[in-house]
Design a protein around this ligand. Sequence first.
Ligand code: C5P
Length: 217
Amino acid sequence: MKVAALIPAAGSGTRLGLGPKAFVTVAGRSLLARSVAALAPHVAEVLVALPDGHALPPDLPARAITGGATRQATVHALLRATDADVVLVHDAARPFLPARVIAALCQAAQTGGAATAALPVADTLVQAGAAGPPQWGHLVPREGLWAVQTPQAFGRELLLRAHEAAARAGQSATDDAGLVARLGHAVALVPGDARLFKVTTPGDLALAQALAPVWDA
Ligand code: C5P
């Protein structure tokens, strides 16, 4: 059974404001290089989608294609560029990826077809009012709620079907597990890791800078 890692890294990084986010470095290594290094030992191939006009940095054990206008379009393109049986889709923006999570996802996908890293929500959740400055609207019970991360693992044919159905219906989702769940297919929740946070804002980058030396030690 061939497993491929698919890394959407074609975002513009608008919220961070430092150019394409995948190329931003923490402790001397780019977010992309960190994600590739975490995945490469566990898969037959790593396929990366980059912004138009960008090349894969030398020495990364990966193959590159050009991404699409949205994350969803990028993953769809990645899926069409591999013949793997199982794909692990992982955002380049989540550079701290423990091997334990990769192993658990591969196992879950090979038995059940779809799985995502996720963590039970620990914070109190509140729905803000619809208008005006943010104000406490009503409490959302957090029991049973999970925050979804990547990697996410799927049989490639299943995820391709989910993307094609969404494209036909003009539907979008912020991740791939959401598209597969929309087909009515079960998606296993595999315990993720707090260090798998997504680098989105300057505050996240500061956290990543603080964590990197510990992670690398
Ligand atoms: O923008 P956001 O942080 O949600 O993006 C999540 C991941 O999707 C990032 O790794 C980003 O590079 C990727 N992405 C992409 N193609 C796009 C938009 C985002 O590969 N058009």
